[in-house]
Design a protein around this ligand. Structure first.
Ligand code: C5P
Length: 411
């Protein structure tokens, strides 16, 4: 079987060394071993279509997190007198579409009641199908090699230009989300202004579904979506490649959201190389996360480099392409430090492996945790369903066309 990695473009965010070409540019043969201990998910089958125009899908089985968050006092509404939209108040769909601004089916551009163009976007998250840590760097970061895939567990975001000449306005009903400059959304808007020289402030509403401290890049997805939206509202002054490059300035895993969905990422994670999705987008998937989140710096610090996998990242990529997702290639070097910091998480993974054996699922941790991915099944095991402290969600791998933004799968 020949490699299906198209490697359409490779772009690195600004902070990385210029000029280097990631090794994956070499053509990939797919003679990877087919010996398997566990099941293989996705081998042989090919891509399904990510649904476009799907409404924000309600994929939660139950979310103690979201549920709890909704019990907090709502903080939506007019703050500081800035103009705002009215997502969630029967507004969407009633307004006239502004044809001159509406550029794709992945976003709705409308006029809000204050007369400003408003764009509503899905803000996706990601999983890591494998994650190898290559080395510890002098700047405290780690070089990694990982196959990231964007998924359709996501938040809803609305954006409009603000009349303020001094600040952005971020509203979010989830009281645990900071609304100040520490929020990656505000950092992204500051970055957009700094890079483009455009003195435009924005109103942003964020409706959270993606838990934090989850290894799902939820906040990074919000930042990428904010960069995309600000650029749209300002008339596409920057290219997507520029947005990708700039995004590396404010975080390591924002850049992946400017890929087309499946990306081989190196450097800190900000060197992004598009690959063809290695698994069908129809592949069943569930996410299970304990209520405790994990701090990425803490997990990286706890990593014992001597205890990493010895697998070559490019061999993992080949194997993923040839065999689908298996226990041989679903390797995450951060599992060991995460389980050492949170032993219950290792126990949860073991229980999930046991409970999904029959389904042929492959079970692994995403990013620095604490989300456990069940790839190959839609069924959350009974013990997990009955545990209200666990976040549970169905999810699907998604991709996008360049020039359009991500939308949830319609599967
Ligand atoms: O870049 P980002 O803000 O997402 O990283 C958060 C923290 O995670 C970093 O400060 C660093 O401690 C750790 N990290 C790392 N190596 C990476 C990415 C993140 O050590 N490649």
């Amino acid at each position: 079987m020949s490699s299906r990695s198209s490697l359409a473009f490779a772009t690195r965010a600004r902070a990385a060394t210029p000029g280097a070409t990631p090794a994956v540019k070499r053509s990939l043969s797919s003679s990877a071993s087919s010996s398997r201990r566990g099941g293989a998910v996705g081998a042989g089958a090919r891509r399904g279509g990510g649904g476009k125009n799907a409404a924000f899908s309600s994929v939660l089985f139950s979310s103690s997190h979201s549920h709890r968050h909704r019990q907090h006092q709502h903080r939506m509404g007019r703050r500081g007198g800035e103009n705002r939209g009215s997502i969630g108040r029967g507004f969407r769909g009633k307004m006239t579409t502004m044809a001159s601004l509406s550029s794709s089916s992945s976003s709705t551009m409308q006029q809000n009641p204050d007369g400003f163009a408003q764009i509503d976007l899905f803000s996706p998250s990601k999983i890591n199908l494998f994650l190898r840590i290559v080395r510890r760097r002098e700047d405290g970061y780690h070089d990694l090699a990982s196959l990231f895939h964007v998924i359709d567990l996501g938040d809803e975001m609305s954006f409009a230009k603000s009349s303020s000449e001094t600040k952005d306005t971020l509203v979010c009903e989830d009281a645990s989300i900071p609304l100040d400059e520490s929020n990656l959304v505000i950092k992204a808007l500051n970055l957009f202004r700094a890079k483009t020289g455009i003195k435009q402030y924005f109103w942003v509403e964020l409706k959270k579904t993606v838990p934090s401290g989850a290894g799902l890049g939820g906040g990074s997805g919000n930042a990428a979506t904010a960069l995309y939206a600000a650029n749209k509202l300002c008339g596409d002054v920057a290219t997507e490649e520029e947005l990708l490059e700039w995004s590396g300035d404010i975080g390591s895993d924002i850049s992946v959201f400017f890929s087309t969905g499946a990306a081989y990422c190196t450097g800190r994670g900000e060197i992004v190389e598009d690959v063809e999705p290695p698994l069908p987008l129809t592949t069943k998937m569930c996410l299970v996360k304990p209520s405790i989140g994990l701090s990425t710096p803490t997990i990286f610090k706890a990593l014992d480099l001597d205890k990493r996998s010895k697998a070559e990242p490019l061999d993992l990529l080949k194997s993923l392409n040839a065999d689908g997702c298996t226990y041989e290639n679903a390797i995450n070097d951060l599992e060991r430090p995460a389980f050492s910091k949170l032993p219950e998480l290792g126990e949860l993974k073991d229980k999930l492996i046991d409970a999904t054996k029959e389904d042929g699922a492959v079970v692994f941790m995403s990013g620095s945790g604490s989300t456990i991915v069940l790839l190959g099944t839609d069924t959350v095991p009974k013990f997990a369903m009955e545990d209200d402290d666990l976040f549970k969600s169905k999810a699907r791998l998604i991709s996008r066309k360049k020039g359009e933004w991500f939308v949830p799968s319609n599967v």
